[in-house]
Ligand binder design. Structure first.
Ligand SMILES: Cc1ncc(COP(=O)(O)O)c(C=O)c1O
Length: 364
């Protein structure tokens, strides 16, 4: 029935688990015992309320989120969080916000923060073409300030933080492209956010996990839609939330819990997939060249070049003809990129590995 589905390495929106798509397809006509789809009911109905609560419960269970953290489902993408974070925690604070700029998304985050107050680059990987994440002894300790902002996985460059830092000020993390790919210690963070379109569902909703005491730092006078306190008070239904994306996130979190068996298991599978591709690059005797330093390699986005760059277009075209889609690197850095999010199967990664070996044998 699904013989036409291709191997999809899209960086986002990314592949979704097939069992989730099948269930959504069925429930798009009629939710069990409801007689309507989720697209046709009020976001204030008991039915939708239960979907929100179950999604929150699933997230709490997957990430072991304590009760002093609120879970919000907001619109505007992760990009709106680039503005909301400094509006809520930097504006009028009289303090400095520290940003770790490890790649394109960290850069975009700091660009917005600059509009709200005093900002300092805690780390900047620009001069090294964003090819690695810092180790934490390279970063000066921060014991006062509004917050530290980090990006755990830089989707475009394919570099990922390998450990979780702690600072003496609230830590805020953009986890858009590795959220739910591995266990994290939520209690290290004052706030974390993730657009769901990589690992958790279709575009349209951003999950924000915020510690209760962070709300006390928010200045009065913010527009309601931009004030975290409003969304906490209204449990993400101050306005009409992105109902379909939340419903899908509910199904994906259920899939992670029940089919996969939790984030530790998901993390092992993701590592196995990444190892397959990185070992193929490493064993290619220079035919393929990885972008990231080994100790910063992303388990979600594998980025590499072909030594003879003129072969890259051919690689993408031939891969496409073999049913391997979306392998072109981001337009800003070129090269090749395979995004191997949670829903990308081992089978797909084996298929890509086989293609890489075959391509090398024909063109080196
Ligand atoms: C790490 C990271 N942050 C932020 C964004 C922006 O997300 P959105 O398009 O939802 O605003 C992306 C999108 O790819 C991303 O990968």
């Amino acid at each position: 029935m699904n013989q036409n589905r291709v191997h999809n390495f899209s960086a986002g929106p990314g592949a979704l688990p097939l069992p989730v798509l099948m269930r959504a397809k069925q429930e798009l006509i009629e939710l069990p015992n409801i007689g309507m789809s989720v697209l046709e009911i009020s976001h204030r109905s008991d039915i939708f309320n239960e979907i929100i609560q179950t999604t929150q419960k699933n997230l709490r269970s997957l990430l072991d989120i304590p009760n002093n953290y609120h879970i919000l489902f907001l619109s505007g993408g992760a990009s709106l969080q680039f503005s909301m974070v400094p509006m809520n925690f930097l504006r009028n604070s009289g303090e400095t916000a520290y940003y770790m700029v490890g790649g394109t998304w960290g850069e975009k985050a700091i660009e917005q923060a600059i509009r709200e107050g005093d900002v300092c680059r805690l780390w900047d990987g620009t001069s090294e073409q964003f090819s690695r994440m810092p180790s934490f002894n390279e970063i000066k300790p921060i014991s006062s300030g509004a917050y530290v902002h980090i990006t755990s996985n830089e989707t475009i460059q394919g570099i990922q933080l390998q450990s979780e830092p702690t600072f003496g000020v609230p830590l805020i993390c953009d986890m858009s492209s590795d959220f739910l790919s591995r266990p994290v210690s939520v209690t290290n963070y004052g706030l974390m956010y993730a657009g769901v379109q990589k690992n958790v569902g279709p575009a349209g909703v951003t999950v924000v996990i915020i510690r209760e005491d962070m709300l006390e730092r928010i200045p009065d006078g913010l527009h309601s839609m931009l004030d975290y306190r409003v969304h906490v008070a209204k449990d993400s239904s101050y306005n009409t939330p992105p109902v379909f994306s939340i419903y899908m996130a509910n199904l994906v979190t259920e899939w992670l819990l029940e089919d996969v068996g939790g984030l530790a298991k998901m993390s092992d599978i993701n590592q196995e997939k990444a190892d397959l591709l990185y070992s193929t690059i490493d064993n290619s005797t220079g035919f393929y060249i990885g972008h990231a330093y080994e100790d910063s390699r992303s388990v979600m986005n594998v980025t590499w070049r072909i030594e003879d760059k003129t072969l890259e277009e051919k690689f993408v075209t031939e891969a496409y003809d073999s049913g391997l889609y979306n392998l072109k690197g981001h337009r800003s850095i070129g090269g090749l990129r395979a995004s191997i999010y949670n829903a990308v199967t081992l089978e797909s990664v084996h298929a890509l590995q086989g293609f890489m070996l075959d391509f090398q044998s024909r063109w080196e």
